[in-house]
Design a protein around this ligand. Structure first.
Ligand SMILES: Nc1nc2c(ncn2[C@@H]2O[C@H](COP(=O)(O)OP(=O)(O)OP(=O)(O)O)[C@@H](O)[C@H]2O)c(=O)[nH]1
Ligand SMILES: [Mg+2]
Length: 239
């Protein structure tokens, strides 16, 4: 039996916006009635069929790394940020500040990836100082090597004026956004446009994982002391 590859997705956003509620619904197809505050990080897993229905179909584990949003832990939580293959940014539609604050979360991951790149990493989210500006543009600022993002707006059932939501963050990042009520299964039901967006996001994260593995392999091949090419591994067979 072949092992199933894992894809790591960070779930980020301010405390109380609904990250744990969203993850539970996405992973178990049922709402979580009374979530506790997340301390540190909690991980949920689900199976996903990459490119379902095509010749490239393959099963992966999607790991949701649900990071507690409390301000108190902001200095320690970056240990969970690497490696990652995609990020879900969650905000509360009844709290505009939580959407604006998503910039801070992107900067946090970006900083961590840069630190790792400076040491030995092969993947990063480039830091950009204009992340808060109106002119922010994903393609020019993040480049094509950026991890994929997905924005989730929660508590749709509590919003009076649904048309007032502008979806700024998603358009700044050039990614999809899903607005939903995490306590109702129908928002992520199979066949809905939300389910299609989620599936597309998982596929992009899987592709990022493959790209990083390939880059990492190539980089090790070019490394003169790479264990991959070392004589220890490639010494002629002697009987
Ligand atoms: N009505 C409604 N309530 C929600 C929704 N999402 C979350 N909640 C509620 O909001 C509260 C906080 O939700 P959590 O999922 O714990 O929030 P969190 O982002 O994980 O918070 P931290 O773990 O502190 O970072 C809970 O009472 C949830 O039931 C939603 O879409 N609709
Ligand atoms: Mg939580």
């Amino acid at each position: 039996m072949t092992a199933i590859d894992r894809v790591r997705i960070l779930v980020l956003g301010d405390s109380g916006v609904g990250k744990t509620s969203f993850v539970h619904l996405a992973a178990h197809n049922e709402p979580l009635r009374s979530p506790s505050w997340t301390v540190g990080c909690s991980v949920e897993v689900k199976l996903h069929e990459y490119k379902e229905g095509t010749k490239d179909q393959k099963t992966y584990f999607i790991e949701f790394w649900d990071i507690g949003g409390s301000h108190i832990h902001r200095n320690s939580r970056s240990v969970f940020y690497y490696p990652c293959h995609g990020a879900i940014l969650v905000h509360d539609l009844t709290n505009r500040k939580s959407e604006k604050n998503l910039h801070k979360w992107v900067r946090e991951i970006s900083k961590r990836q840069r630190e790792r790149k400076d040491s030995n990493s092969y993947m990063y989210v480039p830091y950009t100082s204009n992340l808060l500006s109106e002119d922010f543009d994903q393609e020019s600022s993040f480049g094509s090597s950026s991890i994929p993002f997905l924005v989730i707006g929660t508590k749709l059932n509590q919003v009076e004026d649904r048309k007032s939501h502008t979806g700024h963050m998603a358009s700044h990042l050039g990614c999809d956004e899903i607005v939903m009520d995490c306590l109702q299964t129908r928002y992520l039901a199979a066949g809905t446009s939300n389910a299609v967006k989620l599936s597309r996001f998982y596929d992009k994260a899987i592709e990022m994982r493959s790209k990083l593995h390939k880059d990492s392999f190539t980089e090790r091949l070019n490394d003169p002391i790479s264990p991959i090419l070392s004589t220890k591994f490639y010494s002629p067979h002697q009987d």
